[in-house]
Write a protein that binds this ligand. Structure first.
Ligand code: XMP
Length: 322
């Protein structure tokens, strides 16, 4: 749209004025906000922007490949992927407490990011700027919001990084709402799938595997989640729902398969209607869709023998289970 084209032009000028001939870094999360922020900055300063994508081992199926595809091959953004899977999973081993999981992931992320920035500096790219996809609601929230989600769950982001690393923030989306960021993303040429992507939490699948996070349990939730994504899209509901995903419960139950008794894991499906994630209602998914989800997950994911549907609204339940 015209207004977003104009916005992009002004933003690019402002970024140039701020960064001058300096270097900037951006942590890509796979989400739309960091993607759009990175594209704007890349337009402004070219390859003096360096993007960092951390594979923390708790990503969904194909997530890393998609980021590399879109940013590396489509946009030719200077992108480093750091494979930190072993580091994160090592730190998460044996941990079951949700807050503890979040803290570990936040801490390790900062560690990995700092090391990478230092490594780039050794190669002559000393960054003075950190690009963040902060939106207008985030600005408002950090100024005035002291409500439940600020205290009940410590949301993971790169907070604390800029002061510690003495980086100046570049936040080209500070004046925009989510729908405007999506329009801007389309204007900048991001594919529709990237722009419409449902939110995915920073701590990733670690908070969707209840109980201990192991490779085997991650694989179960990953495979169940692929089926949820496929079926929700096939039903034409992906863009109507705030989020739809699978959660692996720390519960095993008895089932039968052929003549065999099974004793395996339970998967919960969560589908939420919301406009901002602050409140939400469980989606009244058609029974046929629920039936397909259940039979596909149980038949295709060995290790899950029971599927349940979460019918809790927020509040009092939260969207994520941890
Ligand atoms: P809850 O579970 O608090 O989630 O109802 C509200 C929205 O926020 C997302 N969420 C997170 N996003 N880091 C994030 O970046 C987090 O730690 C985190 N926890 C929850 C959640 O997916 C939902 O969209």
């Amino acid at each position: 749209t015209w207004s977003m084209r104009a916005y992009a032009e002004v933003a690019v000028e402002q970024i140039r004025a701020q960064v001058k001939d300096g270097h900037a870094i951006c942590a890509l999360s796979g989400g739309v906000d960091s993607a759009v922020a990175a594209l704007l900055v890349h337009r402004a300063i070219g390859d003096r922007l360096r993007c960092i994508f951390v594979d923390n081992g708790v990503l969904r199926a194909n997530e890393r490949q998609q980021v590399e595809e879109v940013f590396g091959r489509m946009f030719h953004l200077p992108l480093v992927t750091v494979d930190a899977r072993a580091r994160f999973l090592g730190q998460l081993a044996g941990v079951t407490d949700p807050e503890q999981k979040r803290k570990i992931i936040g801490r390790e992320f900062i560690g990995v990011f700092e090391e990478e920035v230092e490594r780039l500096a050794q190669h002559g790219e000393r960054a003075a700027f950190l690009v963040q996809g902060t939106l207008y609601p985030d600005v408002i929230e950090s100024v005035s919001f002291k409500g439940p989600s600020a205290t009940i769950k410590s949301h993971h982001n790169v907070g604390g990084l800029p002061e510690k690393m003495k980086l100046a923030l570049v936040e080209p989306l500070r004046e925009l709402f989510k729908d405007e960021v999506r329009r801007l993303g389309l204007e900048l040429g991001l594919p529709k799938e990237s722009v419409q992507r449902q939110p995915f939490p920073g701590p990733g699948l670690a908070i969707r595997v209840l109980g201990e996070v192991t490779e085997a349990r991650l694989e179960l939730v990953r495979r169940a989640d692929v089926i949820v994504q496929e079926e929700i899209r096939a039903a034409g509901l992906y863009e109507k729902l705030w989020q739809a995903f699978a959660v692996l419960l720390p519960v095993r139950s008895v089932g039968v398969m052929g003549d065999e008794r099974t004793y395996e894991s339970t998967c919960a499906i969560r589908a939420i209607e919301s406009t901002d994630g602050m409140t939400g209602d469980w989606a009244r998914l058609p029974y046929e869709l629920l039936a397909r989800l259940s039979s596909r997950i149980i038949n295709e994911v060995r290790g899950i023998n029971r599927v349940v549907y979460d019918i809790s609204s927020k509040p009092p339940a939260t969207i994520e289970w941890e």
